[in-house]
Design a protein around this ligand. Structure first.
Ligand SMILES: [Fe+2]
Length: 488
């Protein structure tokens, strides 16, 4: 744990490219920007960053950051600024402000907050708030703020936004006034809009009340198939009252979360086109926690939803959508799948389908990624790392075969902490594994270089690495933006 803590140190900006050493055989087709942890790094100049810089301490409450009163404001306006400013500001991104960039094979940029995404030709970083920031890809300059409250009326939004192959993006917003509610947000392609205006065609297609009067489920990501959006109302709840008083009480967002193990997980399925919510209730057979969905798709009239679950790790849920079935009937018929969905006995909860998962791989994996060409479609391989877990995948990146359950590991030493792995397909790729996997390797030993490691995706072995003595900050998510095309 002592080594692990060395990942979290103060970072300074590194704007100009630094010299690196390339070893191995870097594929000639691998050209673009890996936007995450890099050899150039900049701070995302969010409102929270500017405020904190001026005040010398965090001013806005964030996921793991306890806020302190803004010395420039009165007590009343402190309270207001912490959770409802004049423009309904809520939380802001300060704790995740380091952005970095690795250009391959030359030099380039990256950024990080809770998440980073490419929408049309623009790069945005998101947090757990209603704000996003546009980032200039080449310079890493912080550009305009996107206010989802002004655009769509939400107080918060999920960190993860998913764009399907029609160019339509989805995410989940939250409001807490007049009772906590979830809002399914849909962004249509913007017809050549640029900058922050690519979000202007965003609207709410469905609003659902929370199952709890003073709490709502923490939702970090969700699943998306060709026709449906699936999100989980899970036992990790955001206490609205604690959140509203977080500033004066000195609480972080994390302090406002409550785990209710007596609650089960509700699978809420929404039609992407109509916004209609599937009326059948799908409820888990045990409580669990999900931060990251992997992928989701439809097969044989059923939904397959993959996510990383705690404490049970990887689970594949199969959800059958037909309604007229008999009590006790098994609804899952996907080959090689031990997941279950059974019509449960009617009780005080009413009629529902009880679902139980199929675990794949070993415990201790997070930051799941896959070949983005397979998004919303059947796929086979998941990549991930040990994240903050000290289990089977500690200090490693992995490739998990969802058909066989077998894991391949790439690990160098207990002194190195690999990033979220990012798959980059070879141009005109012939199959799902045809490409490379990029991994930023954070080194905790002094006098050892940090590295960007390039793995052959099929064999999951190293084919090249780019080394630098410049520190690489630990990161969460990243994207690869190939020269001249979309990001991964
Ligand atoms: Fe995330």
């Amino acid at each position: 744990m002592e080594l692990f803590s060395q990942n979290f140190v103060n970072a300074t900006e590194q704007i100009t490219p630094v010299k690196t050493t390339v070893k191995g055989n870097l594929p000639s087709w691998l050209r673009g920007d890996l936007i995450r942890v890099t050899f150039c790094k900049r701070f995302v100049e969010s409102d929270a960053y500017k405020k904190a810089h001026k005040a010398g301490r965090p001013v806005y409450t964030e996921f793991g950051t306890k806020a302190f009163p803004d010395p420039t404001k009165s007590l009343f306006s402190r309270l207001v600024s912490s959770f409802v400013t004049s423009n309904m500001k809520f939380l802001s991104n300060y704790s995740s402000v380091v952005k970095t960039k690795i250009k391959i094979p030359a030099a380039s940029p990256t950024t990080q907050a809770c998440n980073i995404m490419r929408i049309e030709d623009e790069i945005f970083v998101s947090s757990e708030t209603c704000y996003m920031r546009r980032i200039e890809q080449n310079t890493l300059d912080t550009k305009e703020k996107v206010d989802m409250h002004k655009i769509a009326g939400t107080n918060f939004a999920s960190s993860h936004v998913i764009t399907d192959d029609t160019g339509t993006s989805y995410n989940i917003g939250f409001t807490i006034f007049s009772g906590p509610k979830y809002h399914i947000m849909k962004r249509s392609p913007s017809n050549n809009n640029t900058g922050k205006d690519v979000w202007l065609n965003t609207r709410c297609i469905t609003t659902l009340p929370s199952s709890w009067k003073a709490s709502y489920s923490y939702v970090h990501s969700f699943g998306l198939t060709e026709n449906y959006l699936v999100f989980l109302e899970q036992p990790l709840l955001v206490n609205v009252l604690r959140l509203a008083t977080s500033q004066v009480k000195g609480r972080s967002l994390n302090d406002c979360l409550e785990w209710h193990p007596q609650e089960l997980v509700k699978f809420i399925i929404v039609n992407k086109k109509t916004g209609e919510v599937v009326k059948t209730k799908y409820i888990s057979d045990e409580p669990f926690l999900v931060m990251h969905h992997v992928n989701a798709y439809e097969v044989k009239g059923q939904l397959v939803v993959d996510f990383v679950a705690y404490p049970n790790c990887d689970i594949i849920e199969k959800l059958y959508l037909e309604k007229d079935v008999q009590e006790g009937e098994e609804l899952v018929s996907v080959p090689n799948c031990t997941a279950s969905a059974v019509r449960a006995r009617k009780d005080s909860k009413g009629d529902f389908i009880q679902v139980s998962g199929m675990e794949i791989g070993e415990t201790g994996m997070d930051m799941p990624t896959f070949n983005n060409e397979r998004r919303c479609k059947p796929y086979r391989y998941v990549y991930g790392n040990g994240g903050f877990d000290q289990g089977y995948y500690k200090n490693a990146v992995c490739k998990i075969d969802t058909e066989t359950g077998l894991s391949q590991i790439f690990k160098e030493s207990e002194y190195q902490y690999p990033s979220e792995p990012i798959f980059v397909p070879r141009p005109f790729a012939a199959h799902e594994e045809d490409g490379v996997v990029l991994v930023s390797m954070v080194e905790t030993r002094k006098d050892h270089p940090h590295a960007l490691v390039v793995l052959d995706a099929q064999s999951f072995t190293e084919i090249a690495r780019i080394e630098t003595n410049e520190p690489i900050p630990t990161s969460l998510h990243g994207i690869f933006v190939p020269d001249g095309s979309g990001g991964y």
